[in-house]
Ligand binder design. Structure first.
Ligand SMILES: O=P(O)(O)OC[C@H]1O[C@H](O)[C@H](O)[C@@H](O)[C@@H]1O
Length: 545
């Protein structure tokens, strides 16, 4: 058993949460609940009043955070202590957005200076490419960028580029290739012109099979389209922490943008991994995004726990997972530009907190990271929201919406907002049996039919949600929002005492994948594995069923 579940505070939370009244009565009893349970920071407003929580719940949660040394763990991360113990690494994505004058020493080196130098290298490159000074092999300016990478070297750049579409400078277009399935790169290359296409190969390790294979195919395509070997430097650049391997692979040393092993892949969009973003929105906007993230870092580091947005959100998530049996959490973005964000948060949280042992190797006896999923509102309302309202699973929700649209058109935004707020209200208050029956009093149904239908119309309510609002979606507010979720993830991992920064599960999949690859290309049928794996491998070798 872990010390966490043996603590008196944990046990008190178990008892306390069972006895909480329905949220409807919490709202009826306190007309100031919205004012009392909302906060703002870094251009974001958080309404957390629609949570199953009273003052006592919060004070027990804060006590749990205190007892698990949350504050000193936050400081340890920002100070560059080796908190990723299984990989013997510091975790310093916060240094990527530190103010230039800040000093963060790691192994005797001020890493903020290294970050600044790389940002200057990025700025020069972005300027050269978007001004047209950087020429392709026939002297034409670059029009299209193909970003090749996967996981953290893909999702961040892709989703942030999508989110900041209104800020594109219009000088370049960008395409993302991640999957090793040849159909992905083939479909992209079909519409591109080698003379005006630039490939940005992003891989922290420079060892990821999908990215290496896609880059080799891109290079072959470039050479078959008329490019020569000595033109490659004009069309291929790389972002990696493994500069030696990138040079060995054939990338010109001048075209390599460094990153560092103290940046986790899923936390890397703030580094040169964000180069495709900077190429699309310009370096100033990219720096504004870092500024927004830095503001959230300072808030996380300095605000008291009771007003600390990532702490509050992390504690609520833990509350539902550990004390109300929730196994998933839904993120609903009421903004078309933010439609990719749930997938980004999914990788961030599930790769970080999908763990089963504490730092000292003890098997956990509580739930860790939930399944994170979601999509854009209002689309989800016509699909999976049904299960949120009336299904048997408890699924806490985050609603995210800018108050002002980038495209103010007729009644669109007011309708969007009404749906967003209406959903949070319906989830919270539900509809009881008497109300359902009352709604049908004028109908032509018989009394028995009304009773039956009323039973189907009952919605239990008491379904928790947070609502996050911002004035407008900008590079700065997006930076703050993403950093908010990064730290929310950290808070839970810290209280559970797990390592949120390794990913051994993914590593095993990669290793076994390589082993299977050898067997698929061997001369003889596979016999050494389990019968299912042997059977599948041999069927693939045969090429038909
Ligand atoms: O950037 P790379 O080294 O190519 O790694 C790409 C991705 O590989 C793995 O799947 C990891 O789990 C991810 O966290 C990482 O972002």
């Amino acid at each position: 058993m872990t010390r966490l579940t043996q603590s008196n505070t944990w046990k008190a939370l178990q008892t306390h949460t069972q006895a909480l009244p329905h949220m409807r009565s919490l709202f009826e009893d306190d007309t100031q609940r919205f004012n009392n349970m909302s906060t703002s920071a870094c251009g974001l407003f958080l309404d957390y009043s629609k949570n199953r929580a009273t003052e006592e719940t919060l004070s027990l949660l804060f006590k749990l955070a205190d007892e698990t040394q949350l504050v000193s763990k936050i400081n340890a991360m920002f100070n560059g202590e080796i908190i990723n113990t299984t990989e013997n690494r510091a975790v310093l994505h916060t240094a990527l957005r530190a103010k230039p004058e800040q000093k963060i020493m790691l192994d005797g080196v001020n890493i903020v200076q290294e970050v600044q130098e790389t940002q200057q290298q990025m700025a020069k490159f972005v300027e050269a490419v978007s001004s047209g000074h950087w020429k392709g092999y026939t002297g034409k300016a670059i029009t299209d960028v193909v970003s090749i990478g996967i996981g953290g070297s893909f999702l961040g750049p892709k989703i942030v580029s999508q989110a900041l579409r209104p800020y594109w400078t219009g000088k370049l277009n960008c395409h993302f290739v991640a999957n090793v399935d040849a159909s992905s790169i083939t479909e992209k290359l079909k519409v591109l012109d080698a003379e005006t296409t630039l490939f940005v190969m992003s891989s922290k390790s420079f060892g990821t099979q999908e990215t290496l294979t896609n880059t080799l195919s891109a290079k072959d395509w470039f050479l078959t389209q008329g490019g020569e070997q000595n033109d490659v430097a004009k069309h291929f650049v790389a972002v990696t922490s493994n500069v030696a391997k990138a040079t060995e692979f054939g990338i010109d040393a001048n075209n390599i943008f460094p990153m560092w092993d103290w940046v986790g892949g899923r936390y890397s969009l703030w580094s040169a991994i964000g180069l495709p973003i900077a190429l699309l929105i310009g370096m100033d906007n990219f720096l504004d995004m870092l500024k927004g993230a830095n503001e959230m870092d300072q808030h996380f580091l300095n605000a008291p726990l009771t007003e600390n947005m990532p702490v509050l959100m992390g504690l609520f998530s833990l509350l539902y997972g550990n004390f109300h049996g929730a196994q998933s959490h839904v993120v609903l973005t009421y903004d078309h530009y933010l439609r990719g964000l749930p997938a980004y948060f999914q990788q961030l949280d599930m790769e970080s907190n999908g763990k089963s042992v504490t730092l000292d190797g003890t098997q956990v006896d509580f739930s860790t990271g939930p399944v994170i999923w979601g999509g854009e509102g209002t689309n989800g309302q016509h699909a999976y929201h049904q299960l949120l309202h009336q299904g048997t699973a408890l699924i806490p929700a985050d609603f995210i919406m800018p108050l002002n649209s980038h495209n103010p058109l007729g009644e669109h935004h007011i309708q969007l907002a009404s749906n967003c707020f209406g959903q949070t209200q319906a989830l919270m208050q539900g509809r009881n049996y008497d109300e359902a029956l009352e709604e049908m009093s004028d109908s032509k149904l018989s009394a028995d039919e009304q009773v039956l239908i009323a039973k189907h119309k009952v919605m239990p309510g008491n379904k928790p949600s947070n609502t996050i609002l911002m004035d407008k979606l900008t590079p700065t507010t997006l930076g703050s929002l993403i950093a908010l979720y990064e730290h929310r993830t950290f808070v839970q991992g810290a209280i559970w005492d797990i390592n949120s920064f390794d990913q051994w599960g993914v590593e095993l999949g990669k290793n076994l994948g390589n082993d299977v690859l050898d067997r698929l290309s061997a001369d003889t049928d596979a016999t050494a594995l389990d019968s299912s794996s042997n059977g599948l491998i041999n069927m693939f070798r045969q090429g038909n069923i």
